[in-house]
Design a protein around this ligand. Structure first.
Ligand code: SAM
Ligand code: SF4
Length: 462
């Protein structure tokens, strides 16, 4: 992986072990001015052990998150369209050697009906996910494109999906162009581990066994014109400090070559997966405390990059991580293709077990109780505020005003259409509280949008 200099990472991990507290304070203060940290500075924070400095790191992460994104948290649901896969990743239930799971690839009609189920719950953003093997000998990209179209075609009342992000296998530049033209938002691909030897051990078979092809996919996606890219590492495969510096090195490479870093970073932790022995005993299991540290340090290192948390994490952990810098969370997920509407007995194999089984309504209620504004917004994508254009707004902290306004508008829509009585009451109070904090100009603008929502218009944004 030419993007990753392992020797540099190892040297940083060795040389930054014992930094004095004044140096640590200087770095924390730099991040509070919303400046991106160097790899060395991030390595110093990763080595911090003492409780006092850790508290400062956590407090700074919350400060930076609020300064850039405000109090909003974006919600999405994954939609697994197929669990067929030619690869044999040791940690994943979809691996080809796993004969224990029921396989299923959804047809366009089934994808549309799953999307309608999600729309009926109040979802507006979907992350489409699948294994690397299209059904019926179809090419991967054609299957993906057909699926994206089916998702956008779904409609429940006036509600439609606003943004489809995609997590799928690497493609060629031409195929990425095809995928982009289907109207996707972010293209997401996780390197899993940035440690070459571990990568080769974990991916013994299929196209995914080539680490260069996987990491180069990010460059190819950029070259194809997809400028919102999501990267990630699967925590538990190798040392968590190394993986975090791997992620940050990868970002350095993207910034150097394409002038823009990733739109989002994902930090999945390995969860138990049926038929994937390794997932039950991850070789480098990361503790809850170490994991919180990783999220906080990522927030400080690249303050303007979104951090995604999925339902792999349990409710308690997710609620804690939101305050440390997570900006997007999934809700009410199911990792089995067709699983949203199928009965338990009929369900095809899921990818891994979920830590958070709460309904979208419960998650919205909890966010409101913690004073976070649940958001179903996709305005940046609609207004073409993607890639560098998004970063220009995000870097000086200007996206915050737009995010909060859009969060309030989309929350009003959600409360009117989908929320339980209890969540409606708490939600309308929250909207009133935030409305009262705005200046007259913003209040007038919000009143204007709310009058549209009242008259039944949906999908408004600034
Ligand atoms: N097959 C494509 C790929 O591997 O890139 C895309 C979809 S794959 C289902 C999405 C991600 O799930 C993987 O990149 C991996 O990080 C994650 N994953 C796989 N097994 C997991 C497990 N047992 N626990 C948590 N996450 C897992
Ligand atoms: Fe297939 Fe992706 Fe699972 Fe690997 S992680 S087995 S490529 S679905």
């Amino acid at each position: 992986m030419k993007q990753i200099n392992e020797e540099r990472i190892n040297n940083l991990l060795l040389s930054t072990a014992d930094s004095d507290s004044r140096k640590i304070d200087r770095i924390i203060n730099k991040s509070k001015s919303l400046k991106r940290l160097t790899l060395e500075e991030s390595a110093i924070l990763l080595a911090v052990q003492d409780a006092g400095s850790l508290e400062k790191i956590f407090a700074a992460a919350s400060f930076v998150k609020d300064a850039i994104y405000g109090r909003r948290v974006v919600l999405f649901a994954p939609l697994y369209i197929s669990n067929f896969c030619v690869n044999n990743c040791l940690y994943c239930a979809f691996k080809s050697d796993n004969l224990a799971i029921k396989r299923k690839a959804l047809s366009a009609a089934e994808i549309k009906s799953q999307t309608e189920w999600l729309l009926g719950r109040g979802h507006k953003r979907i992350l489409m996910v699948c294994g690397e093997e299209a059904p019926g000998g179809e090419s991967n990209v054609d299957y993906y494109v057909q699926a994206v179209k089916a998702i956008y075609a779904a409609e429940v009342g006036k509600n439609k999906i606003k943004r489809v992000n995609v997590n799928c296998a690497p493609l060629s530049i031409d195929d990425f162009k095809k995928l982009k033209s289907s109207g996707i938002g972010t293209y997401q691909i996780f390197q899993e581990t940035y440690h070459q030897k571990t990568y080769l051990r974990m991916h013994p078979k299929g196209p995914k066994s080539d680490p260069d092809n996987r990491i180069d996919a990010v460059d190819r996606a950029f070259k194809a014109g997809i400028d919102d890219i999501g990267i990630g590492a699967l925590y538990g495969l190798f040392d968590w400090r190394f993986e975090t510096l791997g992620l940050l090195s990868h970002i350095e490479h993207m910034e150097e070559k394409f002038k823009v870093g990733p739109h989002t970073i994902s930090v999945p932790r390995i969860e138990p997966a049926e038929g994937a022995e390794l997932s039950l005993r991850p070789p480098h299991k990361i503790s809850d405390d170490e994991f919180k540290k990783v999220v906080a340090i990522l927030r400080l290192s690249v303050p303007y990059t979104g951090i995604i948390m999925t339902t792999r994490e349990n409710a308690l952990m997710r609620d804690a991580l939101i305050s440390l810098g997570v900006s997007q969370i999934s809700a009410e997920s199911n990792t089995s293709p067709g699983g949203y509407s199928a009965s338990r007995a009929e369900q095809a194999g899921g990818q891994f077990s979920l830590g958070d089984q709460r309904s979208l309504d419960e998650i919205v209620g909890t966010l409101i109780a913690h004073d976070y504004i649940p958001s179903f917004c996709a305005a940046c994508y609609r207004m073409e505020r993607t890639g560098e254009a998004f970063m220009q707004l995000a870097k000086p902290g200007m996206i915050k005003g737009k995010c909060s306004m859009n969060a309030l508008i989309t929350l009003q829509e959600y409360l009117d259409d989908f929320a339980s009585v209890k969540v409606k009451q708490a939600g309308y109070k929250m909207i009133e509280r935030y409305f009262n904090k705005l200046d007259n100009v913003d209040q007038d603008m919000l009143k204007f949008f709310f009058s549209h929502v009242d008259s039944g218009i949906r999908d408004e944004y600034v």
